[in-house]
Design a protein around this ligand. Structure first.
Ligand SMILES: Nc1nc2c(ncn2[C@@H]2O[C@H](COP(=O)(O)OP(=O)(O)OP(=O)(O)O)[C@@H](O)[C@H]2O)c(=O)[nH]1
Ligand SMILES: [Mg+2]
Length: 379
């Protein structure tokens, strides 16, 4: 079982009205199956509509469907939803899982097996360091526990993988700040804007009022897409025709504070870590957000395309060095992604993975769960 978001536990011991008696002592956890259920007795206050004018171009409207396709039927129960999510995750990682699983079929536990395992892990984008670590630990476990058959060795590998990836599992905690300010960065086309849209929708289901800052000022279409989407979904979008992204982010934070909103998400234009002036611009956006609100941004996220392979690790390092990341979102694990790069990230730069994406629809973005992920990878 996993939670989508976690809400901050109230710091004071002041009794909660009414439901306090039946409420669990721990911070409430929200499960995907409950996404549609109202979480509070009071209805969500409608966010103030976008003051900006509707863009005239209808082409932008057409693009929205591609950016945030949400037309597919959503599974109705939590169990159905979980099954469908796991099916997609397994399908996405099927290349790696079949490579790894086949190794163990009727295999003898000898040097050949370890060698083949080494190749399969390297092929999965786990990288040298994580591969070596997993092999060393596996050899030790096989010896210590006197494992004799391949199925036991596979189970031991699964256990080791879960141990390795578990530190990356962390729910995104809502309600810590008013507003909670999140800055989203990443290379071109990684899935930043789509992720922001999905997160905004999920957050609304959790009674969060959300404001978006269209900090991608490189392309007019990017701004317009976000604005149209915001209007359709009753989410306020702060944007400027040809503004400085740092100024837009600053305005958004000020506006979020003034309106008492729950979450402000700042979209940024895609950039490569090698484009140093653009990385400087990102640092500036972050600095200026901090001037709008002490301690903000509270979350600095990097969105990574899961098909990027080992380069994903280089992206994590570069963006983390520049921005001190607090979390990752890994998208497109439904494509040709091999999944092993999470092991490399866990060994080299263990930034929490808040969410993983297996498609373009709303429910295709879910919290990262180490056990589920390993189940999909090693099945
Ligand atoms: N298959 C698949 N496609 C995805 C996923 N997430 C996003 N996409 C698609 O990836 C493409 C790029 O997504 P965007 O959200 O525009 O990416 P971006 O990082 O904002 O791009 P730039 O702003 O141009 O840097 C879109 O076509 C999305 O629908 C995913 O999990 N799986
Ligand atoms: Mg974008």
């Amino acid at each position: 079982m996993f939670s989508f978001f976690k809400r901050k536990k109230p710091e004071t011991d002041v009794a909660e009205p009414q439901e306090a008696a039946s409420a669990p002592a721990a911070a409430p956890m929200f499960v995907p199956g409950a996404l549609d259920a109202p979480l509070a007795p009071t209805p969500t206050p409608a966010p103030t509509p976008t003051p900006a004018p509707v863009p005239a171009a209808s082409a932008a409207t057409a693009d929205i469907g591609e950016l945030f396709p949400e037309t597919a039927e959503r599974p109705t129960t939590e169990a159905e939803q979980k099954r469908s999510w796991m099916t997609r995750l397994k399908a996405g990682l099927s290349k790696t899982s079949s490579n790894l699983s086949l190794l163990f079929v009727g295999a003898r536990i000898d040097e050949d097996l370890y060698e083949e395992l080494e190749s399969a892990l390297l092929m999965s984008d786990a990288g040298m360091d994580a591969t070596q670590y997993l092999l060393d630990e596996l050899r030790r476990k096989v010896k210590e526990d006197k494992l004799l058959d391949a199925a036991q060795v596979k189970a031991a590998l699964k256990e080791l993988m879960v141990e390795l990836l578990s530190p990356l599992q962390k729910p995104l905690e809502l309600g810590r700040h008013e507003p909670l300010v999140m800055m989203i960065s990443g290379v071109n086309g990684a899935g930043k804007t789509t992720t922001i849209g999905k997160l905004a929708k999920h957050m609304q289901r959790f009674d969060q009022s959300v404001l978006l800052a269209a900090g991608d000022t490189f392309r007019a279409a990017a701004r317009e897409q976000l604005m149209v989407w915001g209007q359709r979904n009753n989410v306020t979008v702060v944007s400027q025709a040809s503004g400085d992204p740092a100024a837009i982010a600053f305005d958004a934070v000020q506006s979020g504070k003034a309106r008492g909103l729950d979450v402000v998400m700042v979209d940024t234009a895609g950039r490569l870590p090698t484009q140093l002036h653009l990385m400087e611009e990102l640092k500036k956006i972050k600095r200026v957000i901090g001037k709008g609100m002490d301690g903000a941004p509270h979350e600095t996220l990097l969105v990574i395309d899961g098909n990027t392979g080992q380069n994903a690790l280089a992206q994590v390092k570069a963006f983390d060095d520049a921005l001190q990341l607090t979390g990752l979102v890994i998208t497109k694990l439904d494509g040709t992604a091999k999944g092993g790069v999470l092991a490399a990230i866990a060994r080299t730069r263990p930034v929490p993975v808040y969410f993983i994406g297996v498609g373009e629809k709303l429910d295709d973005l879910q919290p990262f769960n180490a056990e589920e992920f390993v189940e999909a990878l090693l099945g």
